[in-house]
Write a protein that binds this ligand. Sequence first.
Ligand code: SER
Length: 384
Amino acid sequence: MKYMTGNELREAYLQFFSEKKGHLRLPSFSLIPQDDPTLLLIGAGMAPLKPFFTGKMKPPRTRVTTSQRCVRTGDIENVGRTARHQTYFEMLGNFSFGDYFKGEAISWAWEFLTEVIELPKDKLWVTVYPDDTEAIEIWKSQPGFPQDHIVKLDDNFWEIGPGPCGPDSEIYIDLGEERGCGSPTCGVGCDCDRYLEIWNLVFTQYDRTEDGQYKPLAHKNIDTGCGLERLASVVQNKRTNFETDLLYPIIEYASKVSGVKYGEDAQKDISLKVIADHARSMAIMIMDGILPSNEGRGYVLRRILRRAIRHGRMLGIKDKFLEGAVDAVVEIYREASDFGELVAKQDYIKKVISIEEDRFAATRNQGMELLDGEIKELKAAGKK
Ligand code: SER
């Protein structure tokens, strides 16, 4: 296995698909969906490419590769509690619009994982849609593929609301028994941290209509998504995504401001991780033009920001501290391609966050005054 920084890993992936496999390398799209009322935020590499899958628009090339910035908040309560959940992450992807299909998608994923970043073949597992015998045969023909490491799973079908979708095949790495939950039924697909899903290959064949019908697409496509932070945790041999160089500098910052050391108290570690995750989400959402508000995307941002402040309080931080977290985020991405805007907007992002921190403090103080008043009145009346 090769040690790589997060930025090196992103480059290795994009170069492999652009230089060796003929894909057009595109920069990440904004987190704000364009002409897509079905989505609040971009949460998958394929989301901004939907018109190319459906044929509504002609792609600049039939093979494209990106590292797409994504925000997903459905799992927000898991952030900091598992090794792998985040609200902000980058999804590495290679896409085919009516060009190559399963054979190439599977063999290139195998080549990248086992030859470029040299993951141990005997630790890799895959899942497939139960009746996808074609995918099973293709996996079995990969050089050195452990023949019994294939699991059929009914829920191997990927969709994100209406739009292009299809059966998928997921790639997992076994991180060892000591990382597992110990349950006798623990295996691929278990929720614990032992088997880590690192890549999803979707064989995009259908278009789900608003009323839930699955219409075959005119041509077959490929949509893959490989989590950059998860893969970084594997090649950097870290127990969680939060200890990789894509997040740890923010933990170090929060640790310095709060005086709380990472790794000494499980509850406090959760708060440090939440701050690290949320700092990246808020900085990049603001970079893409979202502002805190009481509705839509702006509300998602406000909620993330206030959640980070609350976890700061839980660590004992009394003053404003998020501007410094933004500096830590910017340093992580300073040398990365695609993040020039983050560096250029650093001061603006800090300003937006600073205003929101003040606003939240004022709201909180006002709330505390009201609460104190009520308590005083109750006490005066001899009540509890
Ligand atoms: N769309 C799939 C996912 O998000 C693969 O890119 O997992």
